[in-house]
Design a protein around this ligand. Structure first.
Ligand code: MG
Length: 267
C-alpha cells in the first residue's frame, strides 16, 4: 500500500539495529500472510474471505494489520489487505460480493505491524489460465521489482531504483503508474522518501545504511493513467487495461540490501 503523490515531506529516518530487527519480524509475518493468501486465491473465493484469513494470521503472530484504519483525506481504510483484480491497480477493498474467477489477475497487498514497526509487501497471482499478455505483465512487474532492489546499495541513488523500474517496464511496452508511489517505512507505514516508479526529475536521494523502503512497481498493460472508483479507494486503470503490483520492504545495509519481506515475491 502506498501514499498518493504529493504528501507532506518529513525527514528520512534511519533505523537502528533493534528497529530493523522488529521490521524483519513484521516482514516475515507479511510474507507468511502473502503465501497463505496466494495459495487460497482460487475461483469462487471472495476477497473478503482472503482478508479474514490475513487478519487471522496477522493476529495469531501477535501483530496488527497496518492498513486497517490507515487514513487518507479523512477516510479510514476498512480492511487488513488490499485486493485488486484485473483493471484495479491498488487499494481494492475486500468484499463479500467480490468472487475470484478463473482468468483473474489478483494483486494482494498486505501490511503488518509488530511492536510498533511495519512491513509492507504485495504480489500478483494469476488464477487459472490467464491471457499470455497478463502473464507477461505479471512477469515484467515482478522482474522490475527485482531489478530495482539490485540498485539498493549504500552510496547509491534513489533515482536509479526508480529508473530500473521505468526502463524495464517501458522496454516491455507497458507503463508505470505515476499517481502512486512506494515509500519509506518504519514506525509509520508511510515515511519519507517517496519511491517513484519513474524518474520524477525532482529531488534525488543518496541511499544510506539504515534506510528502509517499500518499493512497489504498479504496472499497467496500457496507459499509466489511473482513476479512483466510486468507493474512493480502489484505483483502476483509466483505459480499462490490466494492472499488476509487486512490493517488498527492504533495508539498505552496510554492504548492500536486505529484503525484510523476503520470499514475498516468489513463494
Ligand atoms: Mg506500500
Amino acid at each position: 500500500m502506498g501514499p498518493a503523490k504529493g504528501r507532506s515531506r518529513r525527514g528520512i529516518r534511519l533505523k537502528k539495529r533493534a528497529e530493523l530487527k522488529k521490521m524483519r519480524r513484521a516482514g516475515r509475518i507479511v510474507h507468511e500472510v502473502l503465501c497463505r493468501l496466494k495459495a487460497a486465491a482460487a475461483p469462487g473465493v471472495t476477497t473478503a474471505e482472503l482478508d479474514e484469513l490475513a487478519a487471522e494470521v496477522i493476529q495469531s503472530r501477535g501483530a496488527t494489520p497496518s492498513f486497517l484504519g490507515q487514513q487518507v483525506n479523512n477516510r479510514r481504510y476498512p480492511a487488513a489487505t488490499c485486493i485488486s483484480i484485473n483493471d484495479e491497480v491498488v487499494h481494492g477493498i475486500p468484499s463479500r460480493k467480490r468472487r475470484i474467477r478463473t482468468g483473474d489477475l489478483v494483486s494482494i497487498d498486505v501490511g503488518a505491524c509488530w511492536q510498533g514497526y511495519h512491513g509492507d509487501a504485495a504480489l500478483t497471482v494469476a488464477v487459472g489460465e490467464v491471457l499470455p499478455e497478463a502473464k507477461r505483465l505479471l512477469e515484467v512487474t515482478r522482474s522490475a521489482l527485482e531489478r530495482s532492489i539490485a540498485k539498493v546499495v549504500p552510496g547509491g541513488w534513489l533515482n536509479d531504483v526508480s529508473r530500473a523500474i521505468q526502463e524495464h517496464v517501458e522496454a516491455a511496452g507497458f507503463s508505470v503508474v505515476r499517481a502512486l508511489s512506494g515509500h519509506g517505512i518504519g514506525a509509520s507505514l508511510w515515511e519519507e522518501p517517496q519511491v517513484h516508479n519513474f524518474v520524477a526529475g525532482s529531488r534525488n536521494v543518496r541511499l544510506r545504511a539504515g534506510m528502509t523502503l517499500a518499493i512497489e512497481p504498479m504496472v499497467n498493460a496500457g496507459h499509466w493513467e489511473v482513476r479512483p472508483s466510486a468507493d474512493m479507494w480502489t484505483m483502476r486503470t483509466a483505459d480499462g487495461s490490466l494492472s499488476a503490483h509487486f512490493e517488498h520492504t527492504v533495508a539498505v545495509t552496510k554492504d548492500g540490501v536486505a529484503i525484510l519481506t523476503a520470499g514475498g515475491v516468489d513463494e
